[in-house]
Design a protein around this ligand. Structure first.
Ligand code: DAH
Length: 349
């Protein structure tokens, strides 16, 4: 073979190899190209090398030199392609793209009932009421007896309460152990406070109460109450109404928008007793009387049960439903929604 032909073959091989290695897109194509050009037995370079034997001895050095150059060229084209593909392995393709929007972390917030409780405490605190807590597991003395609810009263029916043991006869006395029940009202805390403090008393207590009601839109076997108690010399029903009006006005806002109404009622632990209704026109223009709970003047029997002298002091008490207030405020129509723990619902508030 003439030297010129040999060199031309080498040149076109170099060209071809360069183009081929530039074009490979994955490791399989790379390997195919490697075998095609650099394969030890049948590779194109090997084929061309065979032509080296047919050039004249005088031309051999030049031909050999050029062959080595082209061989290096092809090998470096292969190495470049190999480096290009390995820098694009899946690992590095998964590297952080700082231009993408981040994954936002979910920020928790307070349950609507907790928010309501906190704001109630804050408002009543400004009116001079101290928040106190009582146990959720109570004895019959605090849940009933001391509150002037006798054993025969229907409120003590085992089917109306979550008793934790067998109901006992005769009725429990102060300090006697069990039977215990999940408290059915926060009025229990009135007794606990008065038993351990002398008048004047000015407290609120907010917490859970339990009744075996079937859950529906307005009932749930566990709910929350806010209890208020003020005992001092010369306390009257006018004080009760003023405090409740100020409380509701502060909670719902706008002096002209909130009204309080008393309806005569009966509770064993107050005399006289009233049902408390509230009327508030909300931003959507909804208005109407809503029952909030019960209230009244502390019954002399209750004062006597805790060792107070009804001739010396009088007091008022009230117990309102926290869920009702919260639901009215937010326009929630089903109490169950508060306790299904659906974050999509809860995060609206
Ligand atoms: N404890 C009553 C209930 O759960 C509510 C209540 C009524 C509380 C009158 C009071 C009160 O303090 O004076 O239905």
């Amino acid at each position: 073979m003439a030297l010129a032909d040999f060199l031309a073959t080498l040149d076109s091989l170099a060209q071809e190899a360069e183009t081929a290695f530039l074009a490979v897109g994955d490791v399989v194509a790379l390997e195919n190209a490697r075998v095609d050009f650099l394969g030890a037995k049948a590779g194109k370079l090997r084929q061309v090398q065979k032509g080296l034997g047919s050039v004249t001895p005088a031309e051999k050095p030049a031909a050999g030199m050029r062959f080595n150059e082209v061989k290096n060229l092809v090998e470096s084209a292969f190495a470049t392609a190999q480096a290009r593909l390995s820098s694009a392995t899946p690992e590095s393709r998964e590297s952080v793209d700082v231009t993408l929007p981040g994954k936002p972390r979910r920020v928790g917030h307070l349950h609507p009932i907790t928010q309501t409780i906190r704001s109630m405490k804050e408002i009543m605190g400004r009116l001079g009421f101290t928040a106190v807590e009582g146990p959720e597991i109570e004895d019959e003395w605090h849940n009933f007896e001391a509150l002037n609810i006798p054993l025969v009263h229907p409120a003590r029916d085992p089917l109306e309460n979550f008793y934790l043991g067998v109901a006992k006869d005769p009725p429990a006395e102060a300090g006697s152990p069990g039977p215990f029940l999940l408290r059915s009202q926060t009025s229990t805390v009135q007794i606990r406070v008065m038993e351990s403090t002398l008048p004047p008393v000015r407290i609120i207590s907010l917490g859970r109460v339990y009744r075996p009601d079937t859950a529906d839109a307005t009932h749930y076997p566990m709910f929350h109450q806010i209890e208020g108690l003020l005992v001092d010399r010369g306390v009257t029903m006018a004080d009760l109404k003023s405090v409740l009006r100020m409380f509701c006005q502060s909670y719902f806002g706008g002096e002209d928008e909130v009204h309080i109404r008393f309806r005569p009622s009966f509770f064993p632990f107050t005399e006289p007793s009233v049902e408390v209704d509230m009327n508030w026109r909300d931003a959507q223009g909804n208005a109407g009387w809503m029952e909030m709970g019960g209230a009244g003047m502390v019954d002399p029997n209750v004062l006597r049960a805790v060792g107070y002298d009804p001739e010396e002091v009088t007091g008022f008490a009230f117990g309102l439903g926290v869920e009702r207030v919260c639901m009215r405020q937010h326009g929630i129509t089903d109490i169950r929604a508060l306790y299904q723990n659906d974050v999509r619902f809860l995060e609206q508030f």
